[in-house]
Design a protein around this ligand. Structure first.
Ligand SMILES: O=P(O)(O)OC[C@H]1O[C@H](O)[C@H](O)[C@@H](O)[C@@H]1O
Length: 196
């Protein structure tokens, strides 16, 4: 399993591999299956059925060797596979940066969106190849695949921003992003998942 480089690191060129969404040279590669996403989809029964039937990989995160360390700017490429659970599109867990710092996303392929929530107001940035999404400090963020093919984006973030997943479980993300007629549909986030 490739690992992060240890600072100080030399200037480097990193090549994006379009067929796989990987990077060369590579850092850690993370795979999140349906079973890793407990408590995130509103329809608990649909989530459980998807987990028990095939437990598919919902998304993968390929990191470059640039480490999550103060002063560094790590990068990752996330690929979210298409699909929905109870009508709610496949998505990342979502997190808040415990050390409030910004982040930049660049759409590489497919169609999706960036759902942001500051605890009061949800915002949606539609993402497509070539679109840069900016996440300001203090905004929790989740990515959603709203299309029929893999949605892939590059993320660049401060190495000491951190990942707080508990914040999203506690506060929600303001909206849920559901399959609509052509366009995604937004529903209010329920603090308590639908029992199933
Ligand atoms: O960490 P998640 O909410 O599961 O999102 C998946 C990934 O999305 C982006 O690539 C972020 O920069 C990563 O830090 C994050 O790990």
């Amino acid at each position: 399993m490739p690992e992060f480089a240890v600072p100080p690191i030399d200037p480097m060129s990193i090549t994006f591999q379009p067929p796989t969404g990987g990077m060369t040279p590579s850092g850690p590669v993370l795979s999140r299956r349906m079973s890793d996403l407990e408590g995130l989809f509103a329809d608990t029964a649909a989530w459980r059925a998807a987990r028990d039937e095939a437990d598919p990989v919902v998304y993968e995160v390929a990191s470059s060797p640039v480490p999550e360390a103060p002063g560094e700017l790590p990068q990752s490429i996330t690929t979210i596979h298409p699909g929905a659970v109870g009508g709610e599109f496949h998505m990342t867990k979502g997190h808040q940066h415990p050390n409030p710092q910004g982040e930049i996303y660049l759409g590489l392929s497919g169609t999706g969106g960036l759902l942001l929530f500051d605890g009061t107001t949800p915002k949606w940035i539609p993402m497509a190849p070539g679109v840069i999404g900016y996440i300001p400090p203090g905004w929790a963020h989740r990515s959603v695949n709203t299309g029929d093919e893999p949605y892939r984006f590059l993320a660049v973030y401060p190495g000491d921003a951190g990942h707080d997943y508990g914040w999203v479980l506690e506060h929600g993300m303001g909206w849920r992003v559901l399959r609509g007629a052509g366009e995604p549909r937004f529903a209010p986030f329920q603090a308590e998942p639908v029992a199933g």
